[in-house]
Design a protein around this ligand. Structure first.
Ligand code: BTN
Length: 241
């Protein structure tokens, strides 16, 4: 007789708080190299906040900037981590606001087409750890240059929020979601996705692909270009309509 043992993820995270550092991702990545795991590095301000695709992330006071340092084996399928991060942000924001938050592939969280959260995951496969970096605009002022495309919880609700409480809620939601099986996580992701069934332009390096998103899976975004369906796991996605 065989007993099927399902591994139960039991994680307690230590929170490391800072007033100002360069980037919570950089800090957490260095801790990872030292063998540390299950840490959440937070900072009120980041002087060199990192964004996806080598961009920077404007990190002024009032926002929530943090990085989760974990062992890859505690996540299982590595492709899950971005989905876990973004669904957990949506579900956390829903605890503080009744507005409709949606995910733009791969992991931007939007309110009415304006970005409220960005996620940057970095892996160190040799040492077996990952850093899930999350920036959420909470009470911070949105830089005038990105006002058209960015928003904050304060702007949406016309209220100031307790950033520490939002982080606490995120951890609770994230730990619950970590225990879900792969299909349930994907199901939640698709439910919150704004990109599913949209016409998009996807830019990867110099190449742009245009088509309709027919599915999203752990392999990436499935785009029907008219001739065939192509699957991409990286790129800059623009919703056309
Ligand atoms: C993006 O949308 O381009 C991703 C932005 C990720 C920003 C967060 S803020 C906390 C963590 N530390 C960083 O330097 N970047 C991530």
């Amino acid at each position: 007789m065989y007993l099927k043992i399902t591994s139960v993820v039991k994680l307690d995270f230590e929170i490391i708080s800072n007033e100002t550092i360069n980037s919570t991702n950089l800090y957490a990545y260095d801790l990872g190299k030292l063998g540390k795991r299950n840490k959440i590095v937070v900072s009120e301000i980041q002087t060199h906040g990192k964004g996806r695709l080598d961009r920077s992330w404007f990190s002024n006071k009032g926002g929530l900037y943090f990085s989760v340092l974990m062992d890859i084996k505690d996540v299982g399928k590595i492709e899950k981590i971005n989905f876990l991060g973004s669904i957990s942000v949506v579900e956390t924001l829903k605890e503080f606001s009744d507005k409709n938050f949606e995910i733009k592939w791969p992991n931007d969280v939007l309110f009415e087409n304006k970005k409220i959260c960005g996620i940057l995951t970095e892996l160190n496969v040799c040492n077996g750890y990952l850093v899930l970096g999350i920036g959420i605009n909470i009470n911070n002022e949105i830089d005038s240059e990105i006002k058209k495309i960015g928003t904050s919880l304060k702007e949406i609700e016309n209220l100031k929020f307790n950033v520490d409480l939002i982080l606490k809620k995120f951890i609770e939601v994230f730990v619950k979601n970590l225990k879900l099986d792969d299909e349930l996580i994907l199901g939640k992701y698709k439910k919150y996705s704004k990109t599913m069934f949209k016409d998009v332009n996807l830019t990867i390096l110099e190449k742009t692909v245009t088509g309709k998103v027919v599915d999203i899976s752990y392999n990436g975004i499935h785009i029907d270009t008219g001739n065939y369906v192509e699957v991409f796991n990286v790129g800059d996605c623009i919703h056309l309509r």
